[in-house]
Write a protein that binds this ligand. Sequence first.
Ligand SMILES: [Zn+2]
Length: 210
Amino acid sequence: MHKSLKLIYICFTLTPIILTYFLKRKKKENKRKNINEEKYYYRNLFMFNRKLCRDHVIKSNPCDINCPQRNLKILVDCIGSARRSISICVLTLQLLNIFQELLKAHERGVNVRIILDKEMIAENSPRLQKLKEKGIPVKTQVEKSCLHHKFCIVDEDDEVLAKMFFGSMNFTLQGLVRNYEHVTLTNNYEMIKRFLEEFNLLWNEFEFFY
Ligand SMILES: [Zn+2]
């Protein structure tokens, strides 16, 4: 066969193969992208100056999206869903429902780690005693700066189960019913990994409170 004819023949044969390969690869990439987009969710909660929700107290009716009880239940349920671990890093742990949910998690074998602000801890000493009795480790910062974080990671080692929430709200009644605050829940694993990295950094640097 003539040289140039040979070249044309090769081109004609190879071009569709190469094109098909790239098209298939692109399709695969898009599929993977869609799966990732589908499996990650986020949910935003907003708090503002709302006292107790009457619908909730009287009839357990569905109430509006800013109901403080509803918001609290979403956070408590998130902690309650933990199967393996909880790493929580907050200024203070005054909200009783959240505190109790952490104790329950520990009792069912979940590995609970707590980081709190050193200055705020003294106010909660009976709670701290309870954590000590149960053997739940609590760490605080060494220096005098404020531990102002508010985030909680659930089942950090399992990409499917992992979830977290974070936001402006301190875990206090004031934060829940008096202030203008926000909390975001998500299972975005890239974000969770970054928060976990920060948690572990603090955990390694900080000292045990008792
Ligand atoms: Zn309500």
